[in-house]
Design a protein around this ligand. Structure first.
Ligand code: GLC
Length: 474
């Protein structure tokens, strides 16, 4: 089976969030199956192009039509984990300071989506599955239907579209329809929604299957609270939508072997986990004391991550003996809030307003608890990573957090994995945090809980099988 992944991110070449991780670890798991032939298309961003880390070779070039435009498209490629990576080269679109956030993001990813189809044709590939991810590649199904489906290369091609986050849909003005997409009028209704064009809507309507990144999120997005306006489309097409929970690369995130953390450890050597904590305390300038519970937050600092709850109860929480370590960047409001919190509680708070993968791993390894109170969370990978380091998650029961962090009950010593709360309410969250801090004093029970976390299977094995089953079904 020939499978093509279309994505704007894929680790190790480019990653700004969870999408980048998934486009590394899912195809890697699938590629163990020798019957699958997997290729991944990524933009040839300048950060990849001008890096000497990779061994990437030139293949060919041609031109791609986009409305009245005729744009250069170079193809470069490399191989990793038995997967062929194709890079779409165009300096005008991809020689930019960052992957997203430009005035012409819509046009940029319209070009990318069309260039992928043109490349399949020019490279003479015969995909059975084209699996598109998020709004950036959501135009592939409509371009396929309008311009490519009659070609021999596409005679078997079925499309799968995965929603990693329904908040970002790819919306542009109606004039974009002729101006950039160059589609015939018969396609207008397919992509038109709420008086603009909506890339994600067209992908939901036209793809053979639609998936989201957890089972619970697949249900949640039927409701206005979660769907950012797309609930009507989701309900109309619910028959082809399913949820497959993400996994992580458990080789990469492994407390016993991870070379980026100071001390490796397992359940039998939790004292080494505490050594990581004192090492981090020293590094961050916090009081060095292994008996103070440490709560980690590693997150984009944006509102749907539930940080307003943290803001609301921070002073109350910080009256206790606890350390709070934050890592991430995002909205100015939250960046300032956390900077200020460190200023007011220098002995209890360390706010690291930056992106640093090594520091992230050290925080995962060092913290006792990992706080993730998201308002919405399609899947969430950080809670899975935290568990790999025996760090107990405290989460709100939504999306993938609900599916992966079952509540622990200390009276029955069940197989629960963390502390959870339901309502989006700051004091409900604080209550869960306090239960966690209480439990911290009870070391044998805490150890039982840590064991549950370390034992949890968050690898891709099962979910990759489900994806393959889905591919075969179409
Ligand atoms: C998005 C979602 C996150 C998910 C990730 C990978 O970043 O917000 O919940 O884990 O995609 O699918």
């Amino acid at each position: 089976m020939n499978i093509i992944y279309a994505s704007s991110e894929g680790y190790p070449f480019v990653k700004t969030g969870g999408l980048g991780d998934v486009i590394y670890s899912l195809p890697k798991e699938l590629s163990k199956d020798k019957d699958l032939n997997i290729s991944i298309f990524l933009p040839y961003y300048n950060t990849i192009k001008y890096s000497d880390k990779y061994d990437i070779e030139y293949v060919t070039n041609f031109y791609v039509n986009l409305g009245w435009r005729n744009q250069y498209c170079g193809i470069f490629k490399t191989t990793l984990n038995n997967i062929t990576y194709y890079f779409i080269d165009n300096n005008y679109y991809f020689d930019r300071a960052k992957p997203y956030g430009d005035y012409d993001d819509g046009e940029k990813f319209a070009f990318f989506s069309k260039a992928i189809l043109e490349s399949i044709f020019k490279l003479n590939l015969y995909p059975d599955i084209i699996h598109c991810h998020d709004w950036q590649t959501a135009l592939v199904p409509i371009f396929l239907k309008a311009f490519y489906s009659h070609l021999d290369n596409f005679k078997n091609a079925k499309t799968v579209f995965t929603i990693h986050n329904i908040e970002y849909q790819g919306k542009v003005g109606n004039n974009f329809f002729h101006e950039v997409l160059g589609l015939g009028n018969e396609f207008f209704d397919t992509i038109h929604y709420d008086d603009c064009l909506n890339f994600m809507k067209s992908a939901i309507v036209l793809s053979d299957k639609v998936t989201t990144v957890s089972r619970t999120y697949a249900h949640e997005i039927k409701h206005a609270y979660f769907a950012h306006g797309l609930q009507y489309v989701i309900n109309d097409y619910a028959y082809k939508i399913s949820g497959i929970v993400n996994g992580i690369d458990t080789q990469l995130y492994n407390s016993e072997t991870d070379k980026t953390i100071k001390y490796n450890f397992d359940l039998k050597s939790l004292d080494k986990k505490a050594d990581n904590k004192t090492y981090l305390q020293k590094q961050l300038g916090l009081p060095v004391n292994k008996d103070i519970p440490m709560i980690g937050i590693i997150s984009r600092l944006v509102s749907h991550k539930g940080l307003d709850l943290v803001e609301y109860i921070a002073d109350e929480l910080l009256q206790q003996s606890v350390q709070l370590v934050i890592l991430g960047t995002g909205d100015y409001h939250f960046e300032e809030f956390f900077r200020n919190l460190q200023y007011r509680y220098p002995d209890k708070v360390s706010s690291n307003i930056l992106f640093d993968a090594k520091l992230a791993n050290q925080i995962y390894a060092s913290s006792d608890f990992f706080l993730m109170p998201s308002k919405t969370e399609p899947c969430g990978l950080s809670q899975l990573i935290a568990m790999r380091y025996g760090t107990v998650p405290i989460v709100r029961e939504t999306g993938g957090l609900f599916d992966t962090v079952t509540p622990f009950d200390k009276t029955t010593l069940n197989d629960g994995r963390g502390f959870t709360f339901k309502t989006y309410n700051a004091h409900d969250m604080l209550h869960s945090i306090n239960l966690a801090l209480d439990l911290y004093q009870d070391k044998p029970v805490l150890k039982h809980l840590i064991k549950n976390d370390l034992d949890y299977n968050s690898s891709w094995t099962e979910s990759a099988k489900e994806s393959l089953k889905l591919y075969k079904s179409i």
